[in-house]
Structures are given as C-alpha cells and as structure tokens.
Design a protein around this ligand. Structure first.
Ligand SMILES: Nc1ncnc2c1ncn2[C@@H]1O[C@H](COP(=O)(O)OP(=O)(O)OP(=O)(O)O)[C@@H](O)[C@H]1O
Ligand SMILES: [Mg+2]
Length: 243
C-alpha cells in the first residue's frame, strides 16, 4: 500500500518558498489504480515525484508497504511524458536502462518484455525510426522490466493523436490487469482519467490540495469507454474541474 500523509512539497525556503503540494493525504491499495487530475501547474508532478522518492517532502510522510520512502526504489517505476528515450541508444538499450540503473542488468534484460509489447522486431532500431505509439511502448517496456509493484505515470500519453492514445490506454489497462501493480496516473485528460482510474482524485489550483475523489467502480474493461457510467464519470469530473 502507498500511504501519503499530509504531504507538503515546497521549492525554496523562507518567504520565497513556493508551495506546490499542500497537505495531501491519499491511500492507494496494492493493485489499485488512481488517476490524479488538476489544473495546469497545480502541483501534480511535484506530488508524483515525491511518491517516486525523487523529492523530499517539506512536511508529512509517504510510506510504501509500511516502510518510509526515503529515495527511489526498484519496485517503483516512473513513466514520463514522451517516454524519455535516449536518441543515441537502440530500442533494446533504452528498454534496458532501468535494469542497468538498478544493477539488475546483464543478469536480466528487457528482451521478453519487448516481445510481449510487440517490439521484438525493432529492438535494434533507434527511437527516431519509430512511430510515437511505439516510442511510448518502449518507455512502458523499460518501466515493466524491473517488475514494479508501483507504476507512476506523468502524462504518459500527452501529445499523441486520439486513436494512438486510446490504443496505448488499452495497453495500460491490460498491463494493469495482468501485472496487478498499483497505478498512479497523472493526466489532464478527463476521459483518460475516467478510463484508467478506479478512483479519480481531483486537485485544486496550486498548491495542490484534494478537492474531490470520484469513485469509478465500473472501470476495468476495454468496452467501458462510451458507456453511460463512463459518460457520467466524465461529466462529474468536468464539473469538479470547472468549479
Ligand atoms: N524545481 C522547481 N523550483 C521552483 N518551483 C518549481 C519547481 N518545480 C515546480 N515548481 C513550481 O511548482 C508548481 C507546481 O509544479 P508541478 O510541475 O508540480 O505542476 P503540474 O501540476 O505538474 O503542472 P503541469 O500541468 O504543467 O504539468 C508550479 O507553480 C511550478 O512553477
Ligand atoms: Mg506536470
């Protein structure tokens, strides 16, 4: 379980300090998926990076499976916008980066994950030779390679065209069901939040505080998009964001 208690993130100190996250408390069960949605610049990335162990909290605490989070961990994977691929490395080298960072490579490689994601035939290609959808899948392969129990995503599908975006959302849903990791997805896309979040946390303007939590019990199937329940959640989220 991820347990965020009264988390505060500030940049700088003293009177000049900028508060990005203000006393956020959130529990995410093992295997649960949570979408975080809120206005631009409200503090979403700051909160997510704190959950990745990349930011120290100014106040409050974060525990993962009852142990205090004090830095990056092998079981926590992070996927960033535009996948963060290194252009001078091949698909396979890019996918192996997390394993390398955690000193698991070369005992284990990302080969099998790339095969699973349909990237087996492009392993020796470079990112510039891939479509946008394929690049995102390489980023996903990198994140999955360490078999994380927590998957954190920061607007992983921003700037994709609608069809490609929906295809990769479908893939996220299937991987979440298959691997049963806890998923925290930061997005500004209301439909993405409604498709992938069992629980959708709406944040306020900066500093981010929790404005509303919307339950979304019927999510979990590819056919959910377009159902009445889905549309009801979408309109509830739209209203919450506009208020
Ligand atoms: N390293 C930093 N130093 C100072 N201020 C920062 C730093 N990083 C972020 N901020 C400020 O903190 C606030 C929240 O930033 P953050 O990136 O967490 O927001 P966000 O919700 O992810 O925004 P976006 O929707 O644009 O991705 C912003 O006002 C930003 O200017
Ligand atoms: Mg951000």
């Amino acid at each position: 379980m991820i347990d965020v208690r009264n988390a505060v993130v500030e940049y700088g100190q003293g009177p000049q300090a900028v508060r990005a996250v203000d006393s956020v408390s959130l529990e995410i069960a093992r295997g649960e998926s949570v979408a975080l949605i809120g206005p631009s610049g409200c503090g979403k990335t700051s909160l997510l990076f704190a959950m990745a162990g990349l930011h120290d909290l100014t106040d409050g605490r974060i525990e993962i499976d009852d142990s205090p989070l004090d830095g990056p961990r092998k079981e926590i994977a992070l996927i960033l916008q535009n996948a963060g691929l290194l252009p001078w490395k091949t698909v396979l080298q890019n996918a192996n980066l997390s394993l390398l960072l955690h000193k698991i490579y070369p005992q284990k490689t990302a080969d099998a994950v790339l095969e699973d994601l349909g990237l087996g035939s492009v392993k020796q290609r470079f990112p510039a030779e891939l479509s946008e959808g394929m690049k995102r899948r390489v980023g996903i392969a990198r994140a999955l390679s360490t078999e994380p129990t927590v998957m954190l995503m920061d607007e992983p599908l921003a700037s994709l065209d609608t069809l490609t975006k929906e295809r990769v959302q479908d893939l996220f849903l299937e991987l979440w069901i298959q691997h049963q990791f806890s998923l925290v997805l930061v997005t500004h896309d209301i439909e993405e939040a409604a498709f992938l979040g069992q629980k959708i946390v709406v944040l306020t303007e900066r500093p981010a505080q929790i404005k509303m939590v919307v339950d979304n019990p019927e999510m979990g199937a590819l056919a959910y998009r377009g159902t009445d329940a889905f549309m009801a959640v979408v309109s509830q989220l739209r209203k919450a964001l506009e208020e």
